[in-house]
Ligand binder design. Structure first.
Ligand code: NAP
Length: 286
């Protein structure tokens, strides 16, 4: 008999990759739900979907992901990213489901310059970062067997992302300016989805994992590499975060020490530029 999985936030960038990876996956049936069917901050709407379906695993890909807008809308960010995971963890525990919750490199922000280990001290520098850290803590406090997987810089099919944005701007002939003093990794959403499904299959003891593609570089270096991969010969001007002046601060160094994924039967994460090449091939085909 198949196990049941529920993907919450199913219409988002990661949620749609989780649904795609789950379709036809041996041993699983998968249901996706987004805000129009359930609100993770509203226990009654969660119970209406979850208690009826009785999943063994719930992937939480829902969240408030507008890092800059969160500075002006802290309540909305804290509701979706801090309160929501706690409520979701409580309903998951009520029906005996394991919650696989997705978090972010933005929970780090300290002065370190070596990759952050899962147990290193968080130090968010933005409303978004704080809201996600509280979400991790709320979910694990309510349901200690919650899996938390931190990721960074998502790109892939079916959602707003940096790779498509930079290519779109370049093709429209817009001037390109990208910050060169924030170092982090990027993550192809289908690769992250495969890692999350591997966790669901392997059922290791609960803890915090880090998953991204390999390669921590500045946003400017990444943009230049993406433009080269797409064979677009355009200028991309490096700017400092101070000159860029975004409403939310970002960590200067949020490179994550990657967890031991081969122990779960997965290959080590591939280099980000290999994933970018696949993303570009898939876009040409679609
Ligand atoms: N994108 C990145 O670069 C990145 C990096 C690191 C970590 N993450 C984390 O990865 C996860 C997935 O990110 P993503 O980029 O796939 O996000 P996304 O594309 O913005 O999708 C999030 C989805 O969650 C839904 N949602 C928001 N609030 C909700 C609520 N209260 N109840 C139910 N659904 C709600 C959104 O619906 P609406 O569209 O209606 O709001 C949207 O469909 C998030 O936890 C995010 O923090 C993302």
């Amino acid at each position: 008999m198949s196990a049941r999985a529920l993907v919450v936030g199913a219409k988002g960038l990661l949620g749609s990759a989780l649904l795609a990876a789950g379709a036809g996956r041996p041993g699983w049936q998968v249901l996706g739900a987004d805000r129009d069917e359930l609100d993770i901050t509203d226990r009654a709407s969660l119970e209406a979907v979850i208690l009826g379906y009785a999943p063994q695993v719930i992937f939480n890909a829902a969240g408030y992901t507008q890092v800059d807008r969160a500075e002006a809308e802290p309540l909305a960010a804290y509701e979706a990213n801090s309160v929501g995971p706690g409520v979701l963890a409580a309903v998951a525990a009520e029906c005996g489901a394991r919650l696989i919750h997705v978090s972010t490199d933005h929970i780090f922000g300290g002065p370190g310059r070596t990759p952050w280990q899962p147990d290193d001290e968080p130090a968010p520098v933005s409303v978004y970062g704080w809201s996600k850290l509280l979400g991790e803590r709320n979910a694990r406090a309510v349901a200690p067997n919650t899996y938390v997987v931190r990721t960074a810089g998502l790109f892939g099919p079916g959602g707003r992302n940096f790779v498509d944005a930079i290519l779109g701007a370049a093709r429209r002939g817009q001037p390109l300016r990208v910050v060169d003093d924030q170092y982090c990794q990027r993550t192809y959403s289908p690769d992250l989805a495969a890692a999350l499904w591997a966790l669901a299959d392997a059922r290791p003891a609960a803890r915090i994992w880090h998953f991204t593609n390999e390669g921590g570089v500045s946003w400017h270096a990444f943009a230049v590499a993406v433009l080269e991969a797409a064979e677009l010969d355009v200028n991309c001007e490096p700017v400092s975060s101070a000159a860029w002046g975004a409403p939310a601060a970002r960590p200067a160094w949020s490179v994550l020490a990657l967890s031991a994924w081969p122990a779960l039967g997965l290959p080590a994460p591939r280099p980000a530029l290999d994933a970018v090449a696949e993303h570009l091939r898939m876009k040409v085909r679609s």
